[in-house]
Design a protein. Structure first.
Lengths: 248, 258
């Protein structure tokens, strides 16, 4: 019974695919609007063998990880700094929050001018979109440290360094990881988007490339690949976070 | 009074931070470390803003982008509300389909643009479709959560008054959904604007996105900065107003960071 609903969901999607297949074969829908679902599935092995999907995935994943790590390296100290000084926090936290909400990817032509049509542009845009969640969640994590733990530390006369290492940092780790997960999610979205827009690099470029060759089944296959990769990516991150929370 | 005091307490550092950032920019521009064309001094950016705002070109293109955005919000919003209500009110439908909505939601939508071009043409149609697809997901997810979050006591009261399904929807579900709706549309607006403008930068001959690309190709950096500033300012204003409306409607204020 537990699988009844998900199973029927999959059945409906399959039926929809079959219906589209029929409608396209009967010419109710033009193959130039929507390729045959069977052709899309048939394009997948070709994408792996000829278009190097796996290598492209490695490129995209590498750029995303680079962006996420940069965001962690810069965002963690920034978050700590903003947490330490109330005045700094009042001054700069709204700016960080605004950066999180700003349609940053729109500025990609600007980054093209600054960094050229190179992986640097992709990584920098990924980094800037990944930075705000790390900073904001780091502040949240430090700020939410339980008062009683800090008091215990004080009664043990811990030095500020010891207080940070033994109390503040461990207490903030779960929130910091939430920030890192969001950073990688935003990073991946923006990395793939920019790859597509500037036609450079990994999975995003593949779709652009196939579309420009009017390889429609391939384009849909490429989109399917990106969706699968992001699902896998997000599921793994979710799993990591849950595992970490259970241990904390 | 206390609120006002707190405001002035944070307003001073905020103002200082803003001035500091502007001064840093100006310093960087005048230092000559970077090309002055790429990081132009503030007066040049302001000049670009003035020239963009005084050109008729800008308003014609803004009207097109605005129309695309409006259609995108309407189409994507209505679809999102329908799907959201369906997912939120039926445990079965939610079990069957919600995971697919959640899976697709965070993938970059811009990669759908080539197939949307094949479906809706190279003109404004594909941009509207791009915006609609982007807008659909946050609205659907927010509405589904909103429907599920309706206080069960209200539903029990309705049942004890023998409310029909339609009455339950109209008298209980819809009013309770006002806040999630505004919040969903607020998030949807942000991504729809990005979707429409990105699609315009990729392939179009009108709209603000096209103007940004044109400025890029001509290496007219002040113009590009001006357009980007206007786009960000527009997004921020709508975001702020909708956020206020949502919190006035009493919903929890969901940020962009979940």
């Amino acid at each position: 019974m537990r699988f009844a609903a998900p199973l029927s969901g999959i059945m409906v999607l399959l039926a929809l695919g079959g219906l589209l297949q029929f409608a396209i074969q009967m010419d109710f829908i033009s193959v130039y609007v929507l390729p045959l679902p069977s052709d899309i599935l048939a394009s997948l092995p070709r994408l792996v063998a000829e278009e190097g999907v796996l290598g492209r995935f490695a490129t995209t994943a590498g750029e995303t990880l680079a962006a996420g790590l940069l965001a962690l390296l810069v965002g963690l100290p920034m978050g700590l700094l903003l947490h330490r000084s109330l005045r700094m926090r009042a001054a700069f936290e709204p700016w960080v929050a605004a950066l999180a909400a700003a349609p940053l990817i729109l500025a990609y032509p600007l980054f093209l001018v600054l960094f050229g049509r190179s992986p640097a542009t992709i990584v920098v845009i990924g980094f800037i979109s990944a930075l705000p969640p790390v900073v904001l969640k780091t502040i949240e994590g430090f700020a939410a440290t339980r008062r009683v733990l800090l008091n215990v530390g004080r009664s043990l006369r811990l030095t500020p360094g010891q207080e940070f290492r033994k109390i503040l940092f461990p207490a903030a780790i779960p929130q910091i990881f939430v920030g890192l997960r969001l950073a990688l999610v935003f990073g991946l979205i923006n990395v793939v988007g920019v790859e597509f827009l500037i036609n450079l690099g990994g999975l995003g470029q593949l779709i652009n490339d196939l579309a420009e060759r009017y390889d429609l089944p391939g384009t849909w296959g490429g989109i399917l690949c990106v969706v699968l990769v992001s699902i896998a990516f997000f599921t793994v991150l979710d799993g990591c976070e849950r595992w970490l929370r259970r241990r904390a | 009074m206390a609120a006002a005091a707190r405001m002035t307490g944070t307003a001073a550092p905020r103002l200082a931070a803003t001035l500091l950032l502007l001064a840093a920019w100006q310093g960087l521009a005048l230092s000559g470390w970077l090309f002055q064309d790429v990081v132009p001094p503030l007066q040049t950016v302001l000049g670009g803003l003035a020239s963009v705002l005084s050109s008729r070109d800008f308003y014609a293109n803004a009207a097109i982008t605005g129309a695309e955005l409006l259609v995108a919000l309407t189409a994507g919003g209505i679809a999102g509300v329908l799907v959201g209500v369906a997912l939120g009110s039926s445990r079965f439908l939610s079990g069957a389909f919600e995971r697919w909505v959640n899976y697709l939601s965070p993938t970059p939508k811009i990669i759908l643009f080539p197939v949307l071009i094949m479906m809706f043409g190279v003109g404004v149609g594909s941009k509207m479709a791009m915006g609609s697809v982007s807008c659909f997901f946050p609205v659907a997810i927010s509405i589904a959560a909103g429907v599920r979050g309706v206080d069960p006591a209200l539903l029990r009261v309705g049942r004890s008054f023998r409310a029909t399904r339609a009455q339950t929807l109209r008298k209980i579900l819809l009013p309770a959904m006002a806040a999630p709706l505004v919040n969903g549309v607020r998030l949807g607006f942000g991504v729809a604007l990005i979707g429409v403008l990105l699609a315009e930068t990729k392939l179009s001959n009108k709209g603000i996105g096209f103007m940004i690309m044109e400025a890029y190709h001509r290496f007219d950096m002040p113009r590009m900065y001006a357009l980007l500033i206007l786009a960000v300012a527009f997004a921020a204003t709508v975001n702020l107003l909708a956020g206020r409306a949502a919190s006035r409607l009493g919903g929890q204020h969901q940020g962009t960071l979940r």
